[in-house]
Each structure stands twice: as C-alpha cells, then as structure tokens.
Design a protein around this ligand. Structure first.
Ligand code: FES
Length: 102
C-alpha cells in the first residue's frame, strides 16, 4: 500500500472536496465535519468525476445524473438503479498534511 500526499489540511476546509490521482486510481478526499474521508472519484453509473458534484454534510450528489453517495463509506444512498460502491481508502493526517493510502 502506498501513502500519497493529498495536500495541506488547511486547504481542504469543512465541506470541501479535492481530487487526487494516487497509485493509478482517481481518489476523492472530502472534509466532513472536520474529518477527512477518501472514496473513488469516478461515479460507477457513467463515469462522472464526483469531486465536481455537490457535497452537503456527508451526502455527495453526482454532477451528471444526480446519484447520491455517502462520502464517509463510498456507498450509494440513492439512485433509480443499483450501482457499485465507490470504494473507500484510509486517510492519514500528519503535521497538517493529508495523505491517502491506496
Ligand atoms: S454518472 Fe453519476 S449518476 Fe450518472
């Protein structure tokens, strides 16, 4: 498993999402209530980049067709059809820097 730097914690304030390519994977990192969570960034419906969607609390809405995801788990909250989960990654915060393990 590789530890990849995402950025400064201060650059990812509460309610914000960022995107990083780590270990060949597209990863979304979100700050929900002061805690950082990482999931896959690509919507499993048709491939939208989810960091361009809307985040409200832990609920992320896909910018293309409105699927709703829980960014703390990578699981689907709502869509008319079943979609594969986004996957989840571990986040580490050290000395004010955020890292993701992929
Ligand atoms: S690509 Fe995300 S809901 Fe269709």
């Amino acid at each position: 498993m590789a530890k990849v730097m995402v950025g400064k914690a201060s650059d990812i304030p509460e309610g914000k999402m960022v995107h990083v390519t780590a270990g060949g994977k597209e990863v979304l990192v979100a700050n929900v209530g002061g805690k950082y969570y990482a999931t896959g960034d690509i919507c499993t419906h048709a491939g939208a980049e989810l960091h361009e969607g809307q985040l409200e609390g832990k609920e992320l809405t896909c910018p293309w067709h409105g699927s709703k995801w829980d960014v703390t788990t990578g699981d689907l909250i709502w869509f008319p059809q079943k979609l594969k989960p986004l996957g989840k990654y571990s986040v580490i915060v050290e000395n004010g820097t955020v890292y993701v393990e992929v």
